[in-house]
Design a protein around this ligand. Structure first.
Ligand SMILES: [Zn+2]
Length: 202
């Protein structure tokens, strides 16, 4: 399994969010960036792998925030994939994008390529992370910084207590790489970084 990170920038400069392309027995997209130029970024990264968007079978959305769903409508026009999101997030995604969520996910669901859905309410009420091989794609449950992992800022967090419980919940899973939508990905010992964050929160 290969996981490619796509960095989305505003005005070509300011980091806004990331998408991830999981390349295994199928090609699966996680999150779509903020707008149609994010959609183009994704198409360009696929093209570098000599793929067209048409190879993508599934687009999983970690949550409904604009910087994660903003490229969906553009991609949907050109692609031929199903859209998946947590059942508690599907309405918000459909309202903001006008695109139907085909697969309404729950905690523990197993998707193609063995990707496991981890329900992490807090940042939004239907946020999810994904466990893909030895990689945790944390969505916005965590963010990266120069000093290590951090919780998502409370300004953008719907329910702070639930968000902290969700961070603790992630210790149940085994992973090495830990990919986040904002800030630096952690390329190894991601679980240790998570434990450090939890110690600092206690
Ligand atoms: Zn968010």
């Amino acid at each position: 399994m290969l996981i490619h990170t796509v960095n989305h920038k505003l005005f070509g400069l300011i980091d806004v969010s990331k998408s991830f392309i999981i390349e295994d027995s199928e090609v699966i997209l996680v999150d779509t960036g903020i707008n149609s130029s994010s959609a183009n970024n994704i198409i360009n990264v696929l093209a570098r792998r000599e793929y067209s968007l048409l190879v993508v079978t599934l687009c999983i959305l970690t949550h409904s925030h604009r910087d994660h769903v903003g490229g969906l409508a553009s991609l949907k026009k050109l692609g031929n994939f199903q859209v998946a999101a947590h059942e508690a997030e599907a309405d918000d995604i459909e309202k903001s994008t006008g695109i139907e969520v085909d697969l309404k996910l729950r905690d523990g669901d197993i998707l193609p390529c063995g990707i496991k859905v981890i329900y992490l309410p807090g940042h939004t009420l239907g946020s999810i992370a994904l466990l893909a091989g030895n990689t945790l794609i944390a969505g916005d449950a965590l963010r990266g910084s120069k000093k290590g992992l951090k919780p998502s800022p409370s300004l953008y967090t719907k329910d702070k207590d639930a968000a902290y419980d969700s961070i603790h919940h992630l210790t149940m899973y085994d992973f090495d790489k830990l990919f986040v939508s904002h800030g630096e990905n952690i390329e190894s010992n991601g679980k240790e970084a998570l434990k450090k964050l939890i110690e600092s929160l206690n």
